[in-house]
Structures are given as C-alpha cells and as structure tokens.
Design a protein around this ligand. Structure first.
Ligand code: 7TS
Length: 419
C-alpha cells in the first residue's frame, strides 16, 4: 500500500460533493465488496435522482403520443417535449428552438447530416476534412457517403502529444474542400481542439463545419453562436440524461434546405400517393414517434447541470485531471497517452508489460470502473502503435479519494505483474 492510502478527502472546489453524490443512487453500488468508483463517464455518465424521478413522473402521469391529439395527456406530453427543446436551446445559446433537432444521439446526428446535407450538397471529388482525433462515429458515416457518391475523406494529422496539427489543417484546405467535421474534445485522449479558431478559418473558405460535442457539452459551457459552427451534435447519456436521446443543432439556413433524413409520421404536412409536403423544421427531421420520455429526461438533466453550474463542473474536472496526471506520472512504467496542453477530464494510460484489458479487469476487482480498449478511435491507437489504452474519465461526482483508489489499484497491479 502506498502513501496515498491514508489521504484525507479534500475535494471541495466549489462543488458540494457530499450533496451531489447523494443525488446519484447508483454510486452506492458495491462491487466485489468494494464501493463502486465510477470512472467511465466518457462512455456514459450516471443519472441523478432528479432526472430519474422526472422520467418516472412522465410515465406515471403525463405520457401520451405528441403533436397529434387534442386530449389532455397528448397536449401535456407535447408541451413537456417542446419545453425540453427550449431548455436545450437556452443551454447552448441557440438562436431559435427550430434549430434544435432531437436525435437518438451523437452518432445519429452525424449520420443525419451526412445523408441529409452530404447526399444533397456534396458531389464526387468534393473533399471532406476530419481529424485524426475522431471517434468512429465521425469517420464511418463519411466513408459511407464517400462510397455512395464519391466524395474524398482527408484527415488532419495530430502531433505526438495528441494535439491537432493546426498548420497541417490549413495546408489541407483546397478549393475542393466542401465540409469540415471535427470533434470538440477527443474521447480517447481528452484533447480539447481549438474549435472556434478552426471554424473561423474554415469559414474564410465558406466551408460548413460540424462539431461533435459528445465530450464537450457534458463538461464545459458551450455557446454554439460564439463557436459559430454550422452543426453541433451531442448525446444525452453522457450528461446525466438517459440514453436514446441526443441533439443536432443546425443553422436554419442549412436545415431549411436539407432533405429529411427519414420519412414517416410527424415529418409531413400532407401526403398523397403523388406528392408529400414536408413539415417545417425541426419536425421535418423527427419522423415517427420520438423518444418522448428521453427528451424530457434530457431537459431535466440540463436543468440539473445548470443548477450546479457548468463552470464549477469544468473546474472540478480540471482539478481531478491535474491530480490524476501528477500521480500517474509518479508511477514508474506508467505512460499517459495524450499529453496535449489543453485537456478535459479524460486520462488514457498504459502500463509497461500489462495489457490494458488486464488493468480493467483487476481494477474491477477493487470496484473501480474504467474503460479499456480502442475507445472507438482506432486511428489514434494506430498513431501510438498500441492496441488499446486504459482510460479513466471524470465527472462532477468524482472525488480526489476515488483517484487515490485508482492510483493504489495501479500500484497493486504493477506489484502483481512484477512490472
Ligand atoms: N463522438 C464522441 C467524441 C464520443 O465520445 C462518442 C461516444 C460518440 C461520438 C458516439 O456517441 P453515441 O452516444 O452516439 O454513442 N464515446 C464513447 C466512449 O468514449 N466510450 O463509449 C462511447
């Protein structure tokens, strides 16, 4: 056991962690006799009781289908669903709620833009620019589009420490570059991209930009009008909300011109066998019965985060990251993968002589949940010539003493492997 074992709880940092943790009943889980230490928040975060209760209340007393009936429950459910849209609009400083489209999540949002914008406005030979730091969700849909219409995918390289290579980005832009799709924060390395500067540069060449905000909206204040991106996508389940819901923000000028992604109920104004007239945005992009309870749950999650304060959450995660980085750096044979200057609360690492999956399995024996693998970002693993990393990712409810447990666990693993 190392010196950290007796360290006292010191996490205050503007957040009342004791109270916050009480909001998350799942954190009381005991795994193999140990209290759960949940450090897999980049994959999915936990839901506070306020959000769970909101979803439950909806099912208990407000549920009906939306946008289609005049009875009490349908009007109630519709009002609550649309209220969530309004909450999201205000959260991201979006100009109009028409620009907020409910999706199934980040992946769904990117595919929607690929198909509805890409298929219509891009053509053979056009170049789409992404970065080396993308999640597969921002790679594969563009490859599918390329196979279908002959667009070309170009990749902005990253530096050895896991930063975007801004100079290379500038050089990659040609007269054929017609779309830029970028992650805001890398889920595998935690790198925060200089997204505003990149959007500004792309716009000088009239290139529309999509930003994948799956790892940013949950952890930092995001103002889409300040970033000035054309599309922004994120998922509810990574920000204290339920799974099955996400948001696509798009500027009206694009959404109005794009074709629907799916056809069906609710996305139409009139249908005959000869001709269908589409509904206005955002409904044009919300075919069929949407995930109503999940959308309401997402609204509740946003309110929960807002009440605590995104700036405080962000600062707390920075403190956790700094502490975890310092402690990991002290352990011989442990290497942090991704050492960019501007990082969010994600820390990927490897231990010499120990496979990341063994790290994950052994930490689980101590009740510590991390993710191991390629994190759906295989090109990043290829860049570092490793098959996988162990990754700890933090959120508002994590404490310094949980990081101590992680560090202690790593010392034990090293001892076990004689590493
Ligand atoms: N983009 C980024 C940057 C992500 O981190 C993820 C999920 C996605 C897109 C896809 O989100 P989804 O909600 O549509 O699945 N990232 C992870 C992760 O890091 N571990 O599991 C999922």
């Amino acid at each position: 056991m190392n010196k950290l074992a007796h360290r006292k709880e010191v996490d205050k940092e503007g957040l009342n962690l004791g109270e916050i943790r009480k909001d998350f009943p799942i954190l009381e889980t005991v795994v193999k006799g140990n209290p759960l230490v949940y450090l897999d928040n980049a994959a999915s975060s936990q839901m506070p009781i306020q959000v769970i209760n909101r979803i439950s209340d909806y099912h208990l007393s407000e549920h009906s289908n939306i946008h289609r009936a005049v009875h009490y429950l349908s009007e109630k459910a519709t009002a609550e669903y649309e209220n969530s849209r309004e909450i999201v609009k205000n959260f991201l400083n979006i100009e109009s709620s028409k620009e907020v489209i409910f999706t199934r999540g980040t992946t769904n949002g990117i595919n929607l833009v690929c198909q509805s914008y890409g298929s219509k406005f891009l053509k053979e030979g056009d170049e789409i620019l992404i970065s080396y730091l993308e999640h597969h969700a921002n790679i594969v849909p563009w490859q599918l589009l390329s196979e279908k219409i002959g667009t070309k995918l170009k990749v902005i390289p990253m530096t050895d420490d896991g930063d975007i290579d801004f100079e290379a980005f500038k050089k990659l832009i040609t007269k054929n570059t017609k779309f830029l799709s970028l992650t805001h924060i890398s889920n595998a390395l935690g790198t925060v991209l200089p997204i505003k500067e990149m959007v500004e540069y792309a716009h000088e060449y009239d290139i529309p930009v999509l930003v994948d905000g799956a790892q940013s909206v949950p952890h930092a204040e995001v103002d889409v009008r300040d970033i000035d991106c054309d599309f922004y996508v994120f998922s509810g389940h990574k920000m204290c909300g339920p799974s099955g819901i996400g948001v696509l923000y798009g500027k009206s000028k694009f959404l109005e011109k794009m074709d629907p992604y799916e056809g069906g109920g609710d996305m139409i104004l009139s249908v005959s066998f000869e001709k269908t007239v589409y509904n206005k945005v955002p409904y044009k992009f919300e075919a069929g019965t949407p995930p109503i309870a999940q959308a309401i749950g997402l609204g509740s999650a946003v309110e929960y985060l807002q009440e605590i304060g995104m700036d405080k959450i962000n600062q707390h995660e920075k403190n956790l990251l700094r502490y975890a980085t310092d402690e990991l750096n002290k352990i011989p044979g442990v290497r942090i993968i991704g050492t960019a200057e501007n990082k969010a609360g994600v820390i990927s690492f490897v231990i010499d002589g120990v496979h990341p999956h063994d790290i994950g399995t052994l930490l689980n024996d101590d009740g510590i949940a991390i993710r191991t693998g390629h994190h759906c970002a295989q090109p990043i693993m290829d860049k570092y010539k490793i098959p996988a990393t162990a990754r700890a990712s933090f959120y508002l409810y994590n404490t310094m003493s949980e990081i101590d447990k992680l560090i202690n666990g790593i010392y034990s693993i090293k001892k076990l492997f004689g590493a």
